[in-house]
Design a protein. Sequence first.
Lengths: 97, 189
Amino acid sequence: MAELNEIIHQPIRLRTMAALVTLEPNEEVDFTYLRKLLDVTDGNLGAHLRKLEEAGYIFINKVFVERMPRTYVSATAAGRKAFIEHVTALELILKGK
Amino acid sequence: MSISPTEAEEALEAIQVMVKKTRRAISNSGAYAFLIIWGVVWLVGFLGSQFLPAEIGGYFWIVMDVLGGVVSAITGMRLGKNIRSSKNTISGKQIGIFWLLVFLYCGAALWVSGITEGKQLAMLIILFVMLGWMAMGLLLSFYSVWTGLALTLLALIGYFFLPNLFYLWMAILGGGGMIFMGLYIRYRW
């Protein structure tokens, strides 16, 4: 039976994972773009991304694009699986099972 | 960890909102700008063809196409790469070059074919622009292939079945439709 995931359930991390799993598995999103999408501060998002990265749910890719440093974020396969399980657990609670 | 059904419902709602917001943001990442640019070119160009003398209308189109091409190229080059894909490594600069090439080839095709009749010229340009639009849609996942096919069909219907109203038909339905769709994607999607 699917169980709630404490790491994912925190509101900002929940929204972050929702945004990341919406992308295709081969896609990654720019950190600044993700921050604007979530409407959070740099520091706040950075802290939550570290937590998700430590859990192995996301991958942080630091690259140079046209000589400018940019950070891209994507959901890992484990992250996608954990998110789906978390959503399933939420749905079961809502159904009263 | 345990939560109440109300908390579960709130969490699921937050997820749905975020998924919708992300999809909208991805859709907004550039497609609407090209729709509006070419919508304006078509609207002004076809109105010119309908109401101006044929010679002036022809020159009017050349100016509008060059303007549209330059603005599209600049917009393509300035498009940010907010979402990257390992499958898709096309840069904004490449999009800009792609549109310049489409116009160079369109110009060459017009030159070689020697077409001088207004409606034929317009139809050939439309076919090139729509081909470029759909190729870009396929490469960048802008989901714009259906728009391109619909506009091409609209143009062909006007060309073959409404020759006297062709320019007005294309200005209002083609140009106006593209502007409306661009604005819809930008503000409502």
